[in-house]
Write a protein that binds this ligand. Structure first.
Ligand code: GLU
Length: 488
């Protein structure tokens, strides 16, 4: 028996982090078992489905490296992979259910159904529709359907049945058929509804395991009954825990970004997001948190997926992302970060920009932080003169301090042009040595704070020696002189 798993996203919104996590777990399971991972698009909701959402889902999954073996894009032997293109298949099975009296036409108007639901809710009873049309003579029903426009096709849910199944994650589960009602399966033979279409597709596409979010558990008994009525084999079920916000309620926009796009735009690396998502509910045991995709494929197991909700911890994502950023070679970091750098960075020699990136690399959590952290390397800093004040220094003290720095910097005698650069270049250690020789053991802040501030215009940054190493002697001197003028 071959392992075949799928995700079945509806293109009614941008790729959600929950869908991406479900896709990842399916993908990891399939790859580990030598099976196939399939993407099927559930676009039967014509009003809400949009091609741009479908495109976004494909792009997001591709960016994450979660590649499908079969999908609307790559095709495959069990296509088409869009529900809207499979209408003939659904019609066949709906007609089968109607012919076998497993399904029936319900002629209640929307208004009647709405009133019934409200009355049941008001009486604190489950809002189930137990339909009297289920016993209507099929010939009569067929005639009526030609004159009435208000109708829907429902499943004739058997009474008093216990529907049990073994969930790979949640263990044995059992549902009472009397709590399902005569649920709807299609509006028309060619307009199927979710619970029905999913059963037909999973069967036709030979899906062996249905791995999906816990929010679908309540649908599973319906799908089991439908599969039984159609004479289909059942897949193995595995329901993944919900993703929760820090307050342990279901993750939503209220908690922050929920679409994969937003994470991409904030400068998370796809491999870091994959690593992080794998840990959203999968518990490998032990302390280890960093796993490459290959390692995930090796180590992943559905048995180690927890039942309880998985809290989405952005701090952990930031930490993981930082770990991945630090592992990038400088050239690769530049490739990934270029859209986040000040736009005029291209006017500077590549070795200069690489040097800037390497300086910030140990501190980054997200690539998007790079622009603001490094802007002063690509334009003169802007700041208020108050920034230059260390403790209770007077303006005069600051001027004296900067004059001293100017003297020290201009006296540095280690001209060494860096590849791709003109101007004198000195290493941070050389600069440090000269400074410390000059200023001795006194209050270093009185020299180094104003110096660092005039170089960067920032309240926080790397130290002045590291910065001067990159800026070079000329540019550093120019910034010190500009500050002196500001103080005059
Ligand atoms: N279209 C459903 C969803 O996106 C698919 C559920 C399923 O996997 O059965 O949630």
């Amino acid at each position: 028996s071959t392992i075949r798993v799928r995700i079945a996203p509806s293109p009614t919104g941008f790729l959600h982090i929950g869908t991406a996590r479900t896709a990842l777990f399916n993908y990891l399971f399939a790859k580990q078992q030598g099976g196939q991972f399939i993407i099927r698009i559930e676009d039967t909701d014509i009003e809400r489905s949009k091609p741009e959402y479908e495109k976004n889902i494909f792009e997001g999954l591709r960016w994450l490296g979660i590649d499908a073996d079969e999908s609307p894009e790559v095709g495959g032997p069990f296509g088409p992979y869009r529900q809207s293109e499979r209408i003939g298949i659904y019609r066949k099975y709906i007609e089968q259910l109607l012919a076998e009296s497993e399904a029936f036409y319900c002629f209640h108007s929307e208004k009647e159904l709405e009133d019934e639901k409200n009355n049941l809710l008001a009486a604190k009873r489950p809002p189930l529709h137990l339909c009297e049309y289920r016993t209507m003579d099929p010939v009569e029903a067929a005639t009526l359907k030609d004159v009435k426009s208000d109708y829907i096709i429902r499943f004739k849910t058997p009474a008093g049945r216990k529907i049990g199944f073994a969930d790979l994650i949640r263990g044995e589960l059992s549902f009472d058929s009397d709590l399902l009602g005569d649920f709807s399966i299609a509006k028309r033979p060619d307009i199927p509804l979710y619970n029905f279409a999913v059963v037909a597709d999973d069967y036709e596409m030979r899906i062996s395991h249905v791995i999906r979010g816990e929010d679908h558990i309540a649908n599973t008994p319906k799908q089991i009954l439908l599969a039984e009525a159609l004479g289909f084999t059942q897949p193995v079920w595995a329901h993944l825990p919900l993703i929760l916000g820090p307050d342990r309620s279901k993750l939503s926009k209220r908690h922050g970004a929920t679409s994969v796009d937003e994470y991409r735009e904030q400068g998370y690396l796809p491999e870091a997001l994959v690593n992080f998502m794998a840990l959203l509910g999968w518990n490998p045991g032990g302390e280890r948190e960093i796993f490459s995709k290959e390692e995930l494929i090796r180590e992943f197991s559905l048995e180690k997926v927890q039942k309880s909700g998985a809290v989405f911890d952005v701090k952990k994502l930031d930490w993981i992302n930082g770990e991945y950023i630090r592992r990038l070679p400088p050239e690769e970091l530049l490739k990934r970060a270029n859209t986040f750098l000040p736009s005029n960075y291209t006017l500077y020699p590549i070795p200069y920009t690489l040097h800037v990136l390497v300086l910030e690399q140990p501190r980054l959590h997200k690539l998007s932080e790079i622009g603001e952290r490094t802007d002063y390397f690509f334009r003169p800093p802007e700041y208020d003169k108050e920034l230059l004040r260390w403790k209770d220094m007077s303006d005069e003290d600051i001027s004296v301090s900067l004059k001293r720095s100017e003297k020290i910097v201009s006296g540095i005698e280690y001209p060494r042009p860096l590849a791709g650069q003109t101007g004198r270049q000195v290493s941070r250690d050389e600069i440090k040595k000269v400074f410390f020789n000059e200023i001795g053991e006194g209050d270093k802040g009185a020299i180094l704070w104003p110096l660092r501030a005039v170089l960067t215009g920032k309240g926080a940054s790397p130290g002045p020696f590291e910065i001067m190493e990159i800026l070079g002697v000329e540019e550093s001197l120019a910034r010190i002189r500009a500050a002196k003028k500001k103080l005059m």
